[in-house]
Write a protein that binds this ligand. Structure first.
Ligand code: ADP
Ligand code: MG
Length: 593
């Protein structure tokens, strides 16, 4: 037989293993969730490919995961009939790690110290496999890919800088397809090799895996067996020797071992919403999307008619790390299934507009072909209809949060995802009427608490026609602007747009409930209180002063005019009617700097 070859781990892997072992020791049992999730991924991949290549299923039709324990020797084996790995894939997948992943993981670990919870980080950063070394001295991965006619064995030890790969030659150990992990537990962790312990962990961590997980369990049944009567006793009872010689029976327990189905495989979205508890929805969310906080809201629905699909959508409690890239298209936020087969979570706006990419969920359709490709997704009429419905449901869900009795919920939503909705004002004209009621701003009359546009409209003066706003870089500068003076005097409310994106968003909306948004810093602001007589008088009195100022400032200003917009300040610089506002100008400058 060919000898085992030794390979060095990529430096990042060694570092990562150190980290995992030293940082995540407090919740070792997550290793099982990670390894089961890898098995489930491998089965998903195989099932997906087998749609177009049914031959792949040859040799082992059943797609399942089997976990066996050996208490005496402290060994757990996890076997799946998934896609397996070729020799090269073993090197690529279990010996290297994308550097960016490590970097992100490191950062997240640091950040999590503040948030308080690092248990779910392993899975989020694609380092799941190495969590085996939380509990193992030695891990053996024997695997057979349909792409190769040979089966290979990867072997690694905790705290080692290298691993080996050899060909599997023991005919007893050959697999039809898939992967078997043999976990040699550390002395102190041998407790994981108890069948009841494993069963409990599987139930706890993998109730939403959509493939059957079997665990090897000891079973027993009782049976009545005939026993011979004790001859001594018969003698004592001498008299009725003949009639008493009845047959006696005894109950015994017969023990044997067998596979036991340990998880529930009916996907939660196929169940009747009335029968699913909030806890179940939340658990499903956390396990599917590697989240550690409950979602803010969820929505489970079925659509019928033209296109049929089932879906569960969620609004997360907080924005993902690296908040800046709010439109990161690669968020894997939507998991698409066709007839329960997982198809993809790698979308770029096909199923959800990018600005809503914070919404997470699963979508299962019977109307799409199983071999649906990117191109089909982009052109499909069905997908367009699905997208429309999903977006509506997402807005309904967000509106629900805004109407919740617990006001904190929406505050929290807005803090995390307000920017996304503002982006929606710019990108999604079609949904303006759904987005606008969800927007929140500070105002001249509410500098600490955000108000909605509805609240603004409610508070408008009877003769007031427009919605006034002032864009500035902070509430303080908005409050101190001279433009505000006359509006304050008249008790007119002014929205303070202090987030850089606010002004562009508002300009895209143009109006709300047929009331135009009006920038109070623009030249032609009309507060509906013109007094022509008085204007004439003032013009005569100050006309020359204006000319004099214009002469001295020259090209620095477009014109110098008399205005009735100020009450206590003597003068103010304003933007022309068709020019950029001062705020926009500041933004443009910042961008070109
Ligand atoms: P992730 O699952 O996030 O990709 P892991 O560290 O858990 O990261 O796994 C690394 C890779 O190893 C997987 O992406 C997959 O390609 C491969 N792998 C792990 N376990 C299995 C398995 N049971 N069957 C096939 N491939 C596997
Ligand atoms: Mg994994």
């Amino acid at each position: 037989t060919p000898p085992a070859e030794r390979y060095e781990y990529q430096a990042e892997v060694s570092r990562l293993m150190d980290l995992i072992v030293n940082s995540l020791y407090s919740n070792k049992e997550v290793f099982l969730r990670e390894l089961i999730s890898n098995a489930s991924d491998a089965l998903d991949k195989l099932r997906f490919l087998s749609v177009t290549q049914p031959d792949l299923l040859k040799g082992a039709v059943d797609l399942d995961i089997r976990i066996q324990t050996d208490k005496e020797n402290g060994i757990v084996t996890i076997t799946d009939t998934g896609i397996g790995m070729t020799q090269q894939e073993l090197v690529d997948c279990l010996g290297t790690i994308a550097q960016s992943g490590t970097a992100k993981f490191l950062k997240a670990l640091k950040d999590s110290k503040e948030v308080g919870g690092d248990n779910n980080l392993i899975g989020q950063f694609g380092v799941g496999f190495y969590s085996a070394f939380l509990v193992c001295d030695r891990v053996v991965v024997s695997t057979k890919s349909p792409k190769s006619d040979k089966q290979y064995v990867w072997e690694g030890e905790a705290n080692a800088s290298s691993y080996t790969i050899r060909e599997e030659t023991d005919p007893e150990k050959l697999l039809p397809r898939g992967t078997r992990l043999t976990l040699h537990l550390k002395r102190d962790d041998k407790g994981f090799a108890h069948p009841e312990r494993i069963q409990k962990l599987v139930k706890n961590y993998s109730q939403f895996v959509s493939f059957p997980i079997y665990t090897w369990q000891e079973k027993g049944f009782t049976k009545e067996v005939e026993v011979d009567e004790d001859p001594a006793e018969t003698k004592k009872d001498g008299q009725n020797e003949q009639s008493e010689k009845k047959k006696k029976t005894k109950t015994v327990v017969e023990k044997y071992w067998d596979w036991e189905l340990t998880n529930e495989t009916q996907p939660i979205w196929l169940r009747n919403p009335k029968e699913v508890t909030t806890e179940e929805y939340n658990e499903f969310y956390k396990k599917t999307f590697n989240e550690y906080l409950d979602p803010l809201a969820s929505s489970h629905f079925t659509t019928e008619g033209e296109v049929e699909f089932r879906s569960i959508l969620y609004v997360p409690a907080i924005a993902p790390m690296g908040k800046d890239d709010i439109v990161n298209p690669k968020t894997k936020n939507i998991r698409l299934y066709v007839k329960r087969v997982f198809i993809s979570d790698d979308f770029d706006g096909e199923l959800f507009p990018r600005y809503l990419s914070f919404v997470k969920g699963v979508v299962d359709s019977n109307d799409l072909p199983l071999n649906v490709s990117r191109e089909i997704l982009q052109e499909s009429r069905i997908v367009r209809i699905m997208r429309k419905r999903l977006v509506r449901k997402a807005f309904d869900m967000i509106l629900g949060i805004s109407m919740s009795e617990n006001k904190d919920d929406y505050d929290r939503f807005w803090e995390n995802f307000g920017k996304h909705l503002k982006l929606g004002c710019i990108e999604d004209r079609e949904n303006h009427k759904r987005i606008a009621p969800l927007l929140r701003f500070l105002s001249s009359q509410s500098v600490d608490e955000l108000i909605s546009l509805d609240e603004y409209v409610e508070n408008m003066k009877p003769e007031q026609k427009d919605i006034y706003y002032m864009a500035a870089d902070s509430v303080t500068s908005a409050r101190n602007t001279p433009f505000l003076e006359r509006l304050l005097e008249k008790d007119l409310e002014v929205l303070f747009l202090v987030d850089p994106i606010d002004e562009v968003a508002i300009q895209n909306l143009k109006a709300y409930k047929e009331k135009n948004f009006v920038d109070i810093s623009k030249e032609d602001l009309d507060l509906g209180d013109k007094n022509e007589e008085k204007d004439k008088e003032i013009k005569q009195e100050f006309g020359q002063t204006c000319d004099w100022i214009k002469k001295h400032l020259g090209d620095k200003v477009a014109s110098v005019q008399i205005s009735n917009r100020l009450s206590s300040s003597p003068c103010v610089l304003v933007s022309g009617k068709f020019g950029w506002s001062a705020n926009m100008e500041r933004l443009m400058k910042a961008q070109t700097a």
